[in-house]
Structure formats: structure tokens, C-alpha cells
Ligand binder design. Structure first.
Ligand SMILES: [Ca+2]
Ligand SMILES: [Ca+2]
Length: 236
């Protein structure tokens, strides 16, 4: 067993006899899983244990590009919680097994991020009798409590929810307005030309709120299509 990724064959001659050596590749770690917003404490990373591995090296990057990965930690088990993560950032993780033969190559990455936590002040303000759960929709407007917290809307008022407000600006510009854009939130407009199109494409950079009204202007270039407005926690 060696720490490569493919089986290899070699030839050895001992006392005039030729022997063929077959070495099995040690292979990569499989089933790397990084948690997606499960807790606000950290990103949990797990993977399948590998026979003969003595330890594992976890690598991390903010890009899904192994060239940018740096070692986060070495560990013997198949579970690790990365608490050195920031809100609003997405991290990519790789795990490489180590054994007596060396260290194996990089397998597939998985991405992970932490969840925004609802503040106690907000809980007390809107739910004095006790906060339900993040996924509850007590006012039935289709947005969960955590979504209303991020959007800055009222979770106990079905008429208060994050909605798109668009009007024609000067020339071929379109104005997207939010009445109350919170601090520590980023607002962005996304577009796609048909609803069947696979991906929403963000138009320009996200804009950080200032605890007041916010207008984002997008040049339409005469194109027709669909717009989506998005709010998410500001990276810290
Ligand atoms: Ca709601
Ligand atoms: Ca609401």
C-alpha cells in the first residue's frame, strides 16, 4: 500500500530472478461532508474512515480551488468542528489521509458555513412569551423567523415580509428599493432571462445596509427577464 491515487506495478530483480511488485493505491478520503448553517458555533466536517490511515489532514479555503487550500488541522478521528469561521463566509474543505507510506492526494471538497443566530433583543421584542424555533412561520407569510430576522421584517405580522419593490429609474435604469436596509446585512439584485434558466446572476456588487432606505440601480440594457432581491448577513 502506498500513498498514491492509482495502483502501480514495478519490477525488482533479486539474485537473477525477476519479481513483479503490485502496489495498491491508498486512495482518497470519501464522503467529506461540511455542515451548511446547522449551528452558529462552527462548521462540522466528517468523512469516511480509511483503513490503515493513522491520521487525517484537513485543508480549508474560501475558494473551491485546491491550489488555495491550507492545512487547518491534523486529527486522528473522522470528525472535526472548525470554530475559526466567520459569519457570511463559505468555506471549502478537503481531507487527506496519512499513513506510514505518506500522505494521499486531495479528494473532493465540500463547502460549509455557519448560521446566523437570532439576537436575544429581537426574541424579547417580538416573542416576549418565548421564542419558537428558527424555522417557525407564526404569521403565515411564508417566511420563517430566521428569515424575517435577517430581512428585518416583523415575524408576527403577516403583512410585513421581504418583498421586491422595483420602479423605472432614469433612462434604462431600474431602481430596486428596500424601505429599511439593516446594518450588517448585504442587499443584492439577481436576474435571469427566463424562469427556466438554471442560475440567478447577481447584478453588480452587494450593498451593505445603513439602517435606512436603500436603492440599488441596475441598468436593464433593454433586456427582459426576472429579478430577485436578496438579503444575507454581512461577512465579518
Ligand atoms: Ca413569517
Ligand atoms: Ca412577517
Amino acid at each position: 500500500m502506498y500513498a498514491g491515487e492509482v495502483d502501480r506495478t514495478g519490477v525488482m530483480i533479486v539474485a537473477g530472478q525477476t519479481y513483479t511488485i503490485n502496489q495498491s493505491a491508498y486512495g482518497r478520503v470519501e464522503n467529506v461532508q461540511a455542515s451548511d448553517g446547522e449551528t452558529s458555533q462552527g462548521v462540522s466536517i466528517s468523512w469516511n474512515l480509511k483503513e490503515d490511515a493513522t491520521s487525517y489532514k484537513i485543508y480549508r479555503s474560501e475558494f473551491d480551488d485546491v491550489e488555495t487550500a491550507v492545512v487547518l488541522v491534523s486529527t486522528a478521528g473522522n470528525f472535526y468542528t472548525d470554530t475559526t469561521v466567520l459569519l457570511g463566509h463559505i468555506y471549502y474543505y478537503w481531507v487527506r489521509p496519512v499513513n506510514a507510506g505518506g500522505i494521499c492526494g486531495f479528494g473532493l471538497s465540500d463547502s460549509g458555513f455557519i448560521k446566523i443566530a437570532v439576537s436575544q433583543d429581537w426574541k424579547d421584542l417580538h416573542y416576549p412569551a418565548g421564542y419558537p424555533v428558527d424555522d417557525s412561520d407564526t404569521d403565515g407569510d411564508g417566511f420563517t423567523a430566521i428569515e424575517e430576522y435577517i430581512a428585518g421584517t416583523i415575524p408576527t405580522n403577516g403583512a410585513s415580509f421581504f418583498k421586491i419593490q422595483m420602479q423605472k429609474g432614469a433612462g434604462d435604469w431600474l431602481d430596486f428599493t428596500v424601505d429599511m436596509a439593516l446594518e450588517q446585512r448585504v442587499y443584492a439584485v439577481h436576474w435571469k432571462n427566463t424562469l427556466e434558466a438554471a442560475d440567478w446572476v447577481q447584478q453588480g456588487d452587494g450593498v451593505v445596509g445603513t439602517n435606512g432606505p436603500l436603492t440599488i440601480s441596475i441598468q436593464s440594457d433593454g433586456a427582459s427577464g426576472f429579478f430577485m432581491q436578496r438579503v444575507y448577513p454581512e461577512p465579518q
